[in-house]
Design a protein around this ligand. Structure first.
Ligand code: GLV
Length: 323
């Protein structure tokens, strides 16, 4: 008998066809996040689930799927999944690393440049007919080139951002729980410093740590207070890594200069304070959102799902200790 799989949201047709050739597919055809009850009903009787970062796969959800063997998340981040509970139940958890590294790093840099050079303000200024004449001091921004970039979390995406920074002849500092090898440091021209030093010295601070209990509100009022008044904060990881209320205060009071944000504490809600600030560039969590990469992510998630269901070790197993 073919294993039963629940697909929580519409995915690309080619991948759906592939999964359907090997599994009995149950799916949500509407492109919206399911309610808890709908998620529970969908999971019932399934051995596999292909889910997204908007699906909270916690203990309660797993209790509704006693036969579940694999949770394949279409995302590199997996803070939406209670991995400990999954491991306890012998459920494999997989994510989609690597395929989105360069795309997400591109987007972090896009936010950095847009915030530094006030691109969104400039676009609005040009469209709204306010542009009457060329002016020497019109919409002046900050140079990215030769600036100091502080990368918090030098993992795959952090390193890809550092490589881009080299092209802009930036000084690259990094902080985080793990120090890179001397070879990587040398290749990237990145210097390992304590977080406080990074915050004090950087013109741009870009966040690349995953969301975990120890990284929740990693950047709060005390950390923002260490940053330069001219500094710009970039967040393409997960919203709760930053204390959004503290960030609004810091931006409002000019304690830092600006921010480029792709992720928020309570998505899709955005703190109302951010919405009215001109010195922030906001995006609706689209860091990995290129056509090519989103397809690769879904393909990889399906590969993980099918491997697990056929008794193989999936290529991107998160809870290695589980089996
Ligand atoms: C997106 O945020 C991801 O984790 O892939």
């Amino acid at each position: 008998m073919q294993p039963a799989v629940f697909i929580t949201r519409p995915i690309f047709e080619s991948v759906l066809t592939q999964i359907a050739s090997q599994c009995e597919v149950k799916r949500n055809r509407e492109d919206r996040t399911l309610s808890r009850e709908e998620l529970f009903a969908g999971l019932a009787g399934c051995q596999g689930v292909l889910c997204q970062l908007t699906d909270r796969m916690d203990r309660e959800a797993m209790e509704h799927a006693p036969e579940l063997r694999v949770i394949a998340n279409i995302a590199v981040g997996y803070d939406n999944i209670d991995v400990a509970s999954a491991t306890e139940r012998g459920i494999l958890v997989t994510n989609t690393p690597e395929v989105l590294t360069e795309t997400t790093a591109d987007f972090a840099f896009a936010l950095l440049l847009a915030a530094a050079r006030r691109l969104v303000e400039a676009d609005q200024f040009a469209r709204s007919g306010q542009w009457k004449q060329w002016k020497l001091d019109m919409l002046l921004g900050t140079d990215a080139h030769h600036g100091t970039l502080g990368i918090i979390g030098l993992g795959r995406i952090g390193r890809a951002v550092a490589r881009r920074a080299r092209g802009f002849q930036m000084i690259v500092l990094y902080a985080g729980p793990r120090r890179a090898s001397p070879e990587v440091e040398q290749e990237l021209g990145a210097r390992y410093v304590p977080l406080e030093t990074l915050l004090r010295e950087s013109d741009f601070v870009s966040l690349h740590v995953p969301l975990k209990p120890e990284t929740r509100h990693l950047i709060g009022a005390p950390q923002l207070a260490l940053m330069k008044p001219t500094a710009i904060l970039i967040n393409t990881t997960r919203g709760p890594v930053v204390d959004e209320a503290a960030l609004v205060e810091a931006l409002r009071e000019g304690r830092i200069q600006g921010a480029g944000l792709d992720v928020f504490e309570r998505e899709p809600e955005i703190h109302p304070g951010l919405l009215v600030l001109p010195n922030v560039v906001l995006a609706p969590h689209i860091g990995s959102g290129s056509r090519q990469t989103r397809l690769r992510m879904v393909e990889l998630a399906a590969e993980n799902l099918l491997a697990a269901l056929s008794g193989q070790v999936p290529p991107n197993l998160v809870n290695r200790g589980g089996h």
